[in-house]
Design a protein around this ligand. Structure first.
Ligand SMILES: Nc1ncnc2c1ncn2[C@@H]1O[C@H](COP(=O)(O)OP(=O)(O)O)[C@@H](O)[C@H]1O
Ligand SMILES: [Mg+2]
Length: 340
């Protein structure tokens, strides 16, 4: 497998200036994505996964703003471009977004317009990024609909998104996202709303298309079971920070952070019937990252808290060897130095 780095997120912070203070949705996140690699981002709702993705796409809604860090995108053979330095909605980011880095969402109607036909939307995307020839764009669009497993693609081409079933709509969104052969696909919980069977089909489809098109995938989910199937490497996010990173195998066999362990314990076991069988749900909720004191983000929910340490200091993300990183005082006394 190639190890060419195509995306490098360095110390990214994305904050929302709210009337009550600064909400630190993403707070010093760093990770890389290599060519053809699948990078999993996992964490419960509210951990900052989507805002990380929005930051890369430069679609963070107001009053959110990238407050520091860089996001270097490297097209093969070219010099890196820092996406953070680009003018929001300027020409360069518009050519990268959809063309080089594409995104799919939990709800297809986030990216598909309800008032335009599926075919028109894919063709428009192709005319923006890939070709000037209308007839060629239509051919590619129909081929893409076919590749994502939509039957009668010629007919579907002229249909509106709501005329398709949920699973087919998801496939149409994937067809649109992949029509310009991006080098990175960001998938933000694309199967969360689907039933288990359709979910498995969509994941298989993404894996096949990844092989075919040679793209990298950044897969965001709260479901470690899905990550196990798809990801090469996993970053566990909690309260805007990465709290553990390792290869997927390492995360499953040697989880170090209490949060990761609890996420693992909440995966339904084989033989139990999928959803609704969370065995050991984590008590409490992810706090809102607003005006938080300097302490471990997980300390309020942790069963292994070291009093006088975890509630008074911010742990640093520490290299435990074997490319396994963890942010937890149970494993290292190192404090986050730059924390203000
Ligand atoms: N548009 C917004 N305005 C204000 N706060 C937001 C906005 N979007 C997200 N947040 C906050 O940022 C934090 C991270 O959110 P998000 O990235 O959506 O989490 P996840 O995708 O992991 O569920 C949460 O506390 C959330 O409430
Ligand atoms: Mg989200």
């Amino acid at each position: 497998m190639s190890t060419n780095k195509i995306l490098s997120v360095n110390n990214l912070s994305t904050h929302f200036a709210l009337p009550d203070g600064t909400l630190k949705a993403v707070d010093g996140v760093s990770f890389d994505v290599n060519e053809r690699q699948t990078v999993g981002i996992i964490g419960e709702s509210g951990c900052g996964k989507s805002v990380t993705a929005q930051s890369i796409m430069r679609i963070v809604p107001k009053p959110g703003q990238i407050s520091s860090g860089s996001i270097e995108f490297t097209k093969s053979g070219q010099n890196p471009t820092d996406l953070v330095g680009l003018e929001k909605d300027g020409k360069t980011i518009r050519s990268i977004r959809g063309g080089e880095i594409s995104m799919i969402f939990q709800e297809p109607l986030t990216s598909l317009s309800p008032v335009h036909t599926v075919g028109d939307q894919i063709t428009e995307m192709l005319l923006l990024h890939s070709t000037n020839d209308q007839a060629e764009a239509k051919d590619i669009a129909i081929d893409m609909l076919d590749r994502v497993g939509i039957s009668n693609p010629q007919l579907r081409f002229d249909e509106l998104p709501h005329q398709l079933s949920g699973g087919m709509r998801q496939r149409a969104m994937i067809a649109m996202a992949l029509s310009c052969k991006p080098s990175i696909l960001i998938a933000d919980e694309p199967t969360t709303a689907l039933d288990v069977t359709v979910q498995a089909q969509i994941i298989e489809l993404l894996q096949n298309l990844q092989d075919e098109l040679g793209m990298a995938i950044m897969y965001i989910t709260h479901d470690l079971g899905v990550i196990c199937e798809i990801a090469d490497i996993v970053h566990v996010m909690y309260l805007g920070k990465i709290v553990e990173s390792a290869s997927t195998k390492e995360i499953f066999h040697n989880p170090l952070h209490p949060y990761t362990r609890r996420l693992l314990a909440s995966i339904p076991k084989l033989g139990t019937s999928g959803r609704g069988t969370k065995l050991d749900a984590i008590r409490g909720n992810v706090p809102v990252p607003l005006n938080l004191p300097a302490q471990c983000g997980f300390q309020s929910r942790c069963n292994e808290i070291i009093d006088g340490v975890c509630n008074l200091k911010v742990p640093s993300l520490v290299d435990m060897g074997n490319e396994h990183y963890v942010r937890c005082f149970l494993h290292s006394e190192e404090e986050e130095k730059t924390y203000a």
